[in-house]
Design a protein around this ligand. Structure first.
Ligand SMILES: NC(=O)c1ccc[n+]([C@@H]2O[C@H](COP(=O)([O-])OP(=O)(O)OC[C@H]3O[C@@H](n4cnc5c(N)ncnc54)[C@H](OP(=O)(O)O)[C@@H]3O)[C@@H](O)[C@H]2O)c1
Length: 199
């Protein structure tokens, strides 16, 4: 398969690329990283990326930003980052890519454990993750041409533990291979409309 991995140079994205690249042609995309440049927050940039990429069989999004910081001072404006990047940015990839992806292709979006195991500092991510999971379940009902869609919800990645472990008392890090394999289950399997947890 020819698989586009947006955010493929990031912490989670590298695990996705490692899990897929020995069997597939993987195209890594990012704003500055990768071989294909795209900003998922920009409709024009997403349109241009799809023009440039040509034929593809699967798209994985391992990108999506949101506010991370104190809850007490969090503003509406802080929340817009998660809504415009992690939520709408990922939805945009599906809306604009659904007519372009190969028959029987798949989209795999990014959620995360803070939806189910909330941290006050990660409220912006939780809000975006809830929207992403709702979108995936609804979109799977009607996507045409056998196109599948899932979200992967990783736990706290081993490679992020040093940075974020202190916010997650008692949470064990998830090995990067476990996270990568959750994406493989979405891309290579036959599931659709599911939230595949890696934690
Ligand atoms: N790390 C974890 O433990 C963990 C756990 C659960 C969920 N997640 C979720 O996984 C996602 C990625 O996290 P991460 O830790 O892998 O972050 P990361 O290391 O910062 O990597 C993010 C990647 O996404 C790309 N990117 C960011 N914004 C983009 C945009 N607007 N358009 C296109 N590409 C963009 C970045 O490349 P450029 O800078 O070149 O654009 C980078 O390659 C987040 O949504 C996060 O909530 C992470």
């Amino acid at each position: 398969m020819r698989i586009v991995v947006i955010g493929g140079a990031g912490t989670i994205g590298k695990a996705v690329v490692a899990a897929l690249s020995d069997r597939h042609e993987v195209v890594v995309a990012g704003r500055r990283s990768g071989t294909l440049h795209v900003d998922i927050q920009s409709p024009d940039s997403v349109r241009d990326m799809y023009r440039e990429v040509g034929t593809f069989d699967a798209l994985v999004c391992a990108a999506g930003e949101a506010y991370f910081g104190p809850f007490d001072t969090m503003s509406e404006r802080d929340l817009t980052l998660g809504i415009e990047s992690k939520l709408l940015g990922q939805i945009r990839l599906v809306l604009r890519g659904r007519s372009l992806i190969s028959e029987g292709g798949s989209f795999t979006l990014m959620s995360g454990y803070v939806l189910n195991d909330p941290l006050p500092e990660a409220t912006g991510f939780a809000v975006a993750n809830g929207g992403v999971e709702g979108f995936v379940r609804a979109a799977a009902l009607t996507l045409p041409r056998g196109i599948r869609i899932n979200a992967v919800s990783p736990g706290l990645a081993a490679d992020s533990y040093e940075q974020f472990g202190r916010f997650n008392p008692g949470r064990l890090p998830v090995p990067m291979r476990t996270i990568g394999s959750a994406f493989v289950r979405s891309v290579e399997g036959s599931r659709t409309g599911e939230i595949i947890r890696a934690w």
